[in-house]
Write a protein that binds this ligand. Structure first.
Ligand SMILES: [Fe+2]
Length: 248
């Protein structure tokens, strides 16, 4: 380090330095650790990036004027499918949500929902990653764009939403789609429709107020089964908020 206007031998001010962050390249992105201690590095369902019988591609990125928390809650929620995304992601057995279990994991949350046609495994890597891993459990009754007439039980299509907060009210969403089937077909067959679906969500999420998810769970209305995942997510955000209050 050399500051030419300083007298020779004068000490270099401590602030005159570049701040280095730990970084890692994975899943086609660069990940930066902005604060210690680092959270566990995100994993990917089925280890799909490393397996030759799976394929994962970036569909697109989307910039929303919304907080990352609101974006994540939208990606976690499947009760809106039969109202907002008819013909795309709708539940085969209708809009009434049956009870389902939410499990807290070391890295976030897991819950699954079986609509008789598709089993949706949600893998939440706290705080900002949502995987919606859909596997075909029964053929026929095709209503969504994650399967087709050739689908067979065991086919997995995984929609992944990685939300990067640009600031408190602006989020860049990286959307990936993975599959363990139809690897001989063009990727474009599996990326169509995302712009439409994301736009259907964006106009709703951007109007949510307050922009930040309230820390108190009781501040907004939750419906028992449809919002079971979101309630757990908010508890984790609340706990994170408390923990950060003690950071010097
Ligand atoms: Fe949606």
């Amino acid at each position: 380090m050399h500051i030419p206007s300083l007298a020779p031998g004068a000490p270099i001010p401590e602030k005159a330095r570049a701040i280095a962050y730990k970084a890692r390249e994975a899943y086609g992105l660069v990940w930066v650790c902005l604060a210690e201690p680092a959270m566990p590095f995100p994993e990917w369902p089925d280890d799909a990036w490393n397996r030759p019988d799976h394929r994962v591609i970036l569909v697109n990125t989307y910039d929303w004027k919304a907080s990352a928390g609101r974006v994540v809650e939208n990606a976690m929620d499947f009760s809106h499918f039969n109202f907002v995304h008819l013909g795309y992601t709708e539940l085969a057995d209708g809009p009434v949500i049956k009870p389902y279990e939410v499990t807290k994991t070391e890295r976030g949350l897991n819950y699954a929902y079986d609509d008789g046609h598709l089993l949706r495994d949600y893998v939440i890597e706290f705080p900002f990653i949502v995987h919606d891993r859909k596997s075909v459990v029964k053929v026929g009754n095709v209503k969504t764009w994650s399967d087709n007439e050739e689908s067979k039980p065991g086919d997995i299509t995984c929609l992944s939403f990685l939300s990067a907060p640009i600031d408190d009210t602006f989020t860049r969403i990286y959307v990936f789609v993975g599959r363990n089937h139809s690897l001989d077909k063009a990727d474009a067959q599996f990326t169509g429709g995302f712009d439409t679906v994301m736009e259907q969500d964006r106009v709703i999420v951007e109007t949510q107020r307050p922009e930040q998810i309230p820390v108190s769970i009781s501040e907004e209305l939750h419906i028992r089964f449809p919002d079971a995942g979101a309630v757990q997510y908010r508890r984790m955000l609340r706990d994170l908020d408390k923990a950060e209050a003690f950071v010097p």
